[in-house]
Design a protein around this ligand. Structure first.
Ligand code: UDX
Length: 451
């Protein structure tokens, strides 16, 4: 089936929603995105992004020049004037660590009401991460009840998980390694696949990119399995880093590189360190683990993945305590607050866990520096630490420094720099960015996965 470029609407202007909207619009698709945040809508309508993401400004600019992207608060209008609606609203973690589906519930009811007055066939595609069964039993039911129409006949339903990593989401959107389409019926899947045949025409002609057509529920579970597997790799590397600390002369990096050469394993996401953070890993591992347990299945693997990750913070503080004996009256520095380099995002950042642990052990004098995340860090850490604007200021009078984010500007620091700027140069490398032979020779140096 060859068709003209369908008109696209996208509910939600967060990370995934806005990158997708700008990507479609920059390639000549007509896009209406929706958000209830007026300030956000005004910014995007003027061609600017409300948050920083590598490469996003350029495609937003292109979309703005082509006059292809418009943002409104009105999902009804968006549905009437488009052919496909993608749902990209948040599915955050609740206080009890289960998933909050209220935005999905709300938006699917609104879309259902809009479908009621739609004369032509319309496709609804969920891109938000949702528990298995949610597309059919919550989104599908809301759409049918509020439109009075039937899925399959009057409108279609798909679930297409996204695999965008922060800092790389534009690249991941334009050059995917695969496209997973969960479909209610063949027509729904065909409509979405054809849209991507148009969007990725050139890319598909030159690259291998499987399009995997499966059930809605399998697609929902693919997303969880994907993130849980990556999180498991990180915790696995951290567990072996702990084994490595039991015996001299083992370097965990060499061990992980060794197994990464096995084509069945590969070396990605085997970096031992301060543990994983970010908006997805912890949220998704907890959500699917809780869901399984509500269905009377207790996940042993995922429980261990989370425990190992939480323990990394305690472990790093133990390493420092062993080195300095008493941390309480000393000035301690944290270099790197964001959950990974290249982002100001503080969600579930290892720095939060390490600082919490230090405070629990009565360390009162903590100074933090991050090249990008100071403002966000203040929201999360409040006045529990002192914030400074440079590495030098952070190290002044300090007796121990923890490196918790692998920023380039930290990678370039030499042992001499720490010796010059600290009161006592004790360095704990929580991201394994320094050459331990060089550092170990010149100052008190400890890192993960090395006795
Ligand atoms: C992740 C997934 O990669 C992405 O596909 C999904 O859609 C959203 O979640 P993101 O949270 O942006 O993306 O970050 P990612 O680069 O995957 O890293 C997650 C965490 O794992 C970071 O805290 C990172 O520092 C940590 N990590 C990663 C390690 O500790 N070791 C590694 O080897 C790799």
């Amino acid at each position: 089936m060859i068709m003209d470029k369908p008109r696209i609407s996208i509910a939600g202007c967060g990370f995934v929603g806005l990158v997708s909207a700008a990507a479609f619009a920059s390639r000549g698709f007509n896009v209406i995105a929706t958000t209830i945040n007026k300030k956000e809508a005004n910014l995007i309508n003027s061609g600017q992004s409300p948050f920083y993401e590598n490469g996003l400004d350029e495609i937003l600019k292109k979309a703005h020049e082509l006059k292809n992207l418009r943002v409104t608060a009105d999902n009804y209008e968006a549905v009437q004037n488009t052919d496909i609606t993608f749902i990209s609203v948040g599915t955050p973690m609740k206080e009890d660590k289960s998933i909050d589906l209220s935005y999905i519930d709300n938006v699917s009811k609104q879309l259902g009401k809009a479908l009621k007055d739609k004369e032509s066939y319309h496709l609804i595609v969920d891109r938000s991460t949702i528990l298995p069964g949610t597309s059919r039993n919550l989104i599908g039911v809301n759409l049918v009840e509020n439109s009075g129409k039937s899925i399959g006949k009057d409108f279609g339903l798909c679930m297409q998980p996204e695999f965008l990593a922060e800092g790389k989401s534009v690249e991941n959107t334009f050059y995917p390694d695969r496209i997973i389409i969960g479909e209610y019926d063949k027509k729904s899947g065909d409509t979405l696949e054809n849209t991507y045949q148009l969007f990725y025409k050139e890319y598909f002609s030159q690259n291998e990119c499987p399009i995997h057509r499966i059930s809605l529920e399998s697609a929902e579970l693919v997303k969880y399995a994907n993130n849980c597997f990556l999180a498991t790799k990180v915790s696995f590397a951290n567990e072996f880093a702990n084994f490595a600390e039991l015996i001299p002369n083992v370097d965990i990096k060499q061990v992980m590189e060794g197994i990464g050469l096995d084509y069945r394993i590969n070396s990605r996401f085997l970096g031992a360190g301060a543990g994983f953070g970010g908006s997805c890993f912890s949220k998704d591992v907890n959500a699917i683990k809780n869901w399984a347990s509500q269905n009377n299945y207790d996940s042993k693997i995922l429980k261990a993945v989370l425990e190992i990750n939480d323990d990394q913070a305690i472990h790093i503080v133990n390493i420092a305590e062993k080195l300095l004996k008493d941390l309480t009256k000393k000035k301690i520095t944290i270099l790197g607050l964001s959950f990974k380099a290249g982002t100001s995002d503080m969600r579930e950042a290892p720095s939060i866990r390490v600082i919490k642990e230090l405070i629990k052990r009565n360390v009162g004098n903590i100074v933090g520096y991050d090249p990008k995340a100071i403002n966000e860090a203040k929201e999360y850490l409040k006045d529990s630490i002192v914030y400074v604007n440079s590495t030098k200021d952070a190290l002044k009078d300090s007796e121990c420094v923890f490196i918790l984010t692998e920023w380039e500007e930290f990678k370039n620091l030499s042992p001499e720099f720490f010796i010059k700027h600290m009161k006592t140069p004790n360095v704990i490398d929580g991201r394994k960015i320094y050459d331990y032979i060089d550092f170990n020779k010149k100052l008190n140096f400890k890192t993960i996965g090395l006795k």
